[in-house]
Design a protein around this ligand. Structure first.
Ligand code: V47
Ligand code: SF4
Length: 386
């Protein structure tokens, strides 16, 4: 329900009208939303859109993250995860170690999320082999693997085109790309924070080619460091423009920056108000991306729950093991059980719906506990509340 007088008093009348009529918002509309001191006004507009799209549902996925290595040739200043080759804290999982992690949590998994640093030596054949083996042991889960940055790195290292790398990985079992590596597209920011990394046009181009090859992807934005509000909005506008052309983005994930153990450790983490406004403005600006994720790992479980009323319709998933956020100080737990996630969503007054990576609703899920649900879940109350 959009109350005209309320929005008029806040100078948001025109934006509220556009939202009510499903019209596209401009970057200056986005600036006005960020500048609005009443976070509830911005949140209610986003919740209106989220409810129009998804009703009373909040999605989640039974997934597992696997980082195959933290060795990386790029030295992004916001990253606490990566190490140079030879560093005592570097690691590199063997194929067997990766497969063992999947076997250990195999039964209920519908998504396997595999990413790593840009390793100087691992050949493309290692990843093709790995995808084939994962497929063999877990044919019914979606393999969502390798950011656009890793894909471009494989192509450069092998002297092959991005298209060929994508096609080869797809033949080996790759179904989807995660949205990482986008950071903020502004060249001002990239020069300061990640000059070695694939640039904005390169990231967008890998995603365009993935979409054209029939590989859907997600998209992220890393915010809350040295970027301006306008740079966030320009980032969203660039994603929106590509989405108009390809329709290949499934979900947008605003990633709140975790500063600990990074070269930007002196920066204060973003505030809860900024996190919720960023989720809300993302929902309002990205009118052609169906889903907005409240990634509990970075946001914290409590703020991610609140974000379900600020435009987010997805809670991500069980995750099981997470390194990128936690090495940078994220205080959330390592993983969540399906029952814990359902409890959080129900407690927010919404209906939990398990999905696969492409947001197909899973209704045939057996109701028995599986190996993704750790022993704690057995101790939960019957109503699923935590
Ligand atoms: O690519 C790096 C970012 C990304 C930090 O597609 C940081 O479903 C916060 O992309 N603080 C990895 N963020 C995470 C990611 C992701 C997560 C969940 C789901 C999906 C999906 C994608 O995290 C990196 C980088 O952009 N990152 N360092 C940091 N200190
Ligand atoms: Fe490497 Fe990714 Fe970390 Fe950058 S963010 S240093 S590309 S692992």
């Amino acid at each position: 329900m959009l109350e005209a007088r309320y929005f008029k008093r806040l100078g948001l009348e025109e934006i509220a009208n556009k939202v009510a009529q499903g019209q596209r918002l401009s970057i200056s509309d986005g600036e006005r939303l960020f500048a609005c001191p009443d976070m509830n006004a911005v949140g209610s507009l986003a919740h209106h859109v989220r409810t129009r799209l998804h009703g009373n549902i909040a999605y989640y996925v039974v997934n597992r993250h696997i980082n195959y290595t933290n060795i990386c040739v790029n030295g992004c200043r916001f990253c606490a995860f990566s190490r140079k080759k030879g560093d005592p804290l570097s690691f590199e999982l063997s194929e067997d170690e990766i497969l063992d992690k999947i076997r250990a949590n195999g039964d209920g998994l519908t998504e396997i999320h595999v990413v790593g640093g840009c390793h100087p030596d691992l050949p493309l054949s290692f990843f093709e082999d790995l995808l084939r083996k994962i497929r063999e042991i877990k044919a019914d889960a979606c393999i969502k693997a390798f950011t656009a940055v890793e894909i471009a790195h494989f192509a450069k290292k092998e002297g092959k085109s991005v298209k060929e790398v994508l096609e080869r990985l797809k033949s080996a079992g790759l179904q989807m790309l995660p949205g990482g590596g986008a950071e903020v597209f502004s060249s001002r920011i990239r020069e300061r924070l990640c000059p070695e990394k694939l640039d904005a046009n390169g990231w967008l181009d890998v995603m365009r080619q993935a979409h054209e090859s029939g590989i859907k992807t997600n998209a992220t934005m890393l915010y809350g460091h040295i970027e301006t509000v306008r740079e966030r909005l320009e980032h969203m506008a660039a994603l929106r423009e590509l989405q108009d052309r390809t329709g290949g983005f499934v979900c947008f994930i605003p990633l709140t920056f975790q500063p600990a153990n990074t070269a930007l450790g002196h920066l204060a983490p973003s505030t809860g108000v900024d996190d919720l406004k960023t989720i809300a403005v993302s929902r309002l600006m990205l009118d052609n991306i169906a889903h907005i994720k409240a990634y509990w790992v970075m946001l914290s479980v409590k703020l991610a729950q609140a974000a379900l009323y600020f435009g987010a319709d997805d809670f991500d998933g069980t995750v099981i093991e997470e390194k990128i956020g936690h090495m940078a100080g994220a205080e959330s737990q390592q993983g969540m059980t399906r029952r814990e996630i359902e409890g959080i969503i129900r407690d927010a007054g919404l209906d939990p719906v398990e999905r696969d990576s492409l947001f197909t609703r899973l209704t045939t899920r057996p109701q028995v506990a599986n190996s993704c649900e750790g022993p704690r879940s057995i101790l939960r109350r019957d109503d699923g509340r935590v």
